[in-house]
Design a protein around this ligand. Structure first.
Ligand code: WTA
Length: 572
């Protein structure tokens, strides 16, 4: 069933009229809101925290934190002091200087946020690592970035192959009863006694801020480097798209290991001086609704998989909670099904607003704004200051309603600065005519709304997490029984896609369910739980090109009963 267009809803939004703004807007106007437009020197952590701590927001709650054992809140002033202390600890005991990579590998907690801000205050580049990463994934990232300092917990430290990481000089451990030596230091002990006065490192707007590793269809995960300049767009979209206002209580459900958890879990909300709710622990429908009720969350940013899981938990649970505080609900990461929007209207009496962007883009690009009509199933329209188009493989713009590559005109403020150690990879994203090619296919309708159609490449989106098939295949090949492996995304009603692996075994190994389970576990413990194939199918041989590349599109066609297309490059 197709939903009819949902009319715009009247409200006192930050962005009153999309059309007016789209033609008159200039990013330079946003720059003027920050002090650095005069000095030219900037620091994200100062703009996000300290700036507010010096105003009427001083005693406003910046961070509400809750998990199974903790329930805490921190004002902007407290966040300023604590991040200064963290900065002093990194400086004194980790010799952290501008440009050094400081990686943070820990579950969500106030300390994660304080450490991140403290490192940024020194001009360091922060690399957040998702807590579910296992040894192989952790090693790849710390090795490629040559991280000098790591902040982690005793539990997660077990997954860090410290001996194999010569660049890693100091490891700060967050926990209790830490046994110290010259490499391993008790973070909290030093924070406690550190000074709360810190000299902030003022950097150029194009200096490194954050390094997010993300997957493509080939090669290992790549480090997408964002710079302090991203704040311009993160701030402005937090205003226009998240519609954050002074009284709002905002909850972004994403972990800082993923870009949504930094751009809109740290920077966007705090740049606008908003109270930010962070919840640790695992997803449980009842806990989520309780979070909204207990904190009186007004703006809620989550993902289609989460909404679908809540939907699956049934509407009866919802009746136990008062969710009338919700004012604005948003989604990111995968296509937002019209069915989910219909459910949102029914249970929250709210339109769920889709937003489209990527790790590489640093901030929202195509969105449904609060003031806009929503066409369910469409990602919305480009934000003011951003030009989007559908182009063909030669870089020519296509007319409305033609499917092609979703592309963005280069030059939006939060665009990635480079790919770490791989400028050629960075360059490969762009057409000479200045279009950034997203890797998504889409079309634009006659009203300028964009409709997502799929990935052009083989990247898998499972539960909103981006997984590169190559990374999974490489891990599968390390298993002693595996001769060949090909990995695809298989459509799934809840998770968007699940990971399916086709595996050819080496001589002497018997196909069995036990072996499937063992192989699955091997990926789970070697890489990450979310990267482990939910389905494994044994085949005698996998389809390959004459040069030996696994043809994933053929595997996908087999799986989905689709035509296999051109097979001329396939080996006999
Ligand atoms: C997909 C997440 C459909 C898309 C911020 C993109 C979406 C990839 C949407 C980036 C959406 C993101 N509708 N698909 N609203 N938002 N995607 O880097 O394929 O983890 O290229 O960034 O997610 O994933 P990433």
């Amino acid at each position: 069933m197709k939903l009819v267009t949902l009319p715009s809803v009247k409200g006192d939004y930050n962005l009153k009229s999309y059309e007016d703004m789209y033609t008159s807007f200039d990013w330079k106007d946003v720059e003027r809101e920050f002090s650095w437009s005069e000095t030219g020197k900037v620091n994200m952590a100062y703009e996000a925290i300290d700036r507010h701590a010096n105003t009427f927001r001083k005693n406003k709650v910046a961070l509400y934190y809750r998990d199974e054992t903790r329930n805490e809140k921190y004002t902007f002033k407290e966040m300023k002091d604590l991040s200064n202390k963290a900065g002093n600890v990194f400086k004194a005991y980790g010799n952290v200087e501008k440009g050094d990579r400081v990686f943070i590998f820990m579950p969500r907690s106030p300390e994660l946020y304080i450490a991140t801000l403290g490192a940024i205050k020194l001009g360091a580049i922060v690399g957040p690592l998702f807590e579910a990463f296992m040894e192989g994934a952790v090693k790849d990232r710390l090795e490629d970035s040559e991280a000098k300092v790591l902040v982690t917990t005793p539990e997660l430290l077990k997954r860090v192959p410290v001996d194999q990481l010569p660049a890693l000089k100091t490891i700060f451990i967050v926990g209790s009863d830490i046994e110290e030596d010259d490499k391993y230091l008790d973070f909290l002990k030093y924070v406690k006694t550190a000074s709360k006065d810190l000299e902030i490192e003022w950097v150029d707007r194009t200096d490194g801020l954050i390094l997010h590793y993300t997957s493509g269809s080939t090669g290992k995960p790549k480090g997408v480097l964002h710079v302090h300049n991203a704040m311009i767009q993160q701030y402005q979209t937090a205003k226009w798209v998240l519609d954050l206002q002074e009284e709002d209580i905002y909850w972004c459900t994403a972990d800082p290991g993923w870009v949504t958890g930094t751009s809109y879990g740290i920077f966007g909300p705090w740049l606008t001086g908003t109270s930010n709710v962070i919840v640790g622990g695992r997803f449980k429908p009842e806990d989520w609704y309780k979070t909204i009720e207990d904190f009186s969350v007004t703006v809620w940013y989550s993902a289609p998989t989460a909404f679908r899981m809540l939907m699956g938990a049934g509407d009866e649970i919802i009746k136990k909670f008062d969710l009338s505080c919700l004012r604005h609900v948003l989604s990111v990461g995968e296509p937002l099904n019209p069915e989910v929007i219909r459910w949102g209207m029914k249970v929250f009496n709210k339109r769920i607003h889709d937003t489209w962007w990527m790790t590489e883009t640093g901030a929202h690009l195509i969105c449904n704004y609060p003031c806009m009509e929503i066409k369910p199933g469409s990602m919305g329209k480009p934000i003011p200051g951003v030009e989007a188009a559908i182009i063909d493989d030669q870089g020519n713009e296509l007319p409305p309603n033609r499917m092609g590559n979703l592309a963005i005109k280069k030059g939006w403020p939060s665009m990635m600065h480079t790919i770490w150690n791989n400028q050629a990879k960075y360059d490969s994203y762009f057409f000479p005519s200045g279009w950034y090619v997203s890797g998504d296919s889409a079309y634009m309708d006659e009203d300028g709304y964009f409709w997502f159609q799929g990935r052009v490449d083989d990247v898998i989106m499972t539960s909103g997490e981006r997984v590169g098939p190559f990374e999974v295949e490489s891990k599968l090949l390390e298993h002693p029984a595996v001769a060949e492996a090909g990995v695809i995304g298989k459509p799934d009603p809840v998770r968007g896609e699940i990971i399916k692996a086709f595996v050819a075994l080496l001589e002497g190994y018997e196909e069995s369910d036990e072996l499937k389970g063992e192989i699955r576990q091997f990926v789970k413990t070697g890489l990450a739980a979310h990267a482990a194939p939910r389905e494994i199918e044994f085949r005698d041989k996998l389809p390959k090109t004459r040069s030996g590349k696994i043809m994933r599109r053929v595997l996908k066609a087999w799986e989905l009963d689709l035509p296999t297309g051109d097979l001329s490059t396939m080996e006999d």
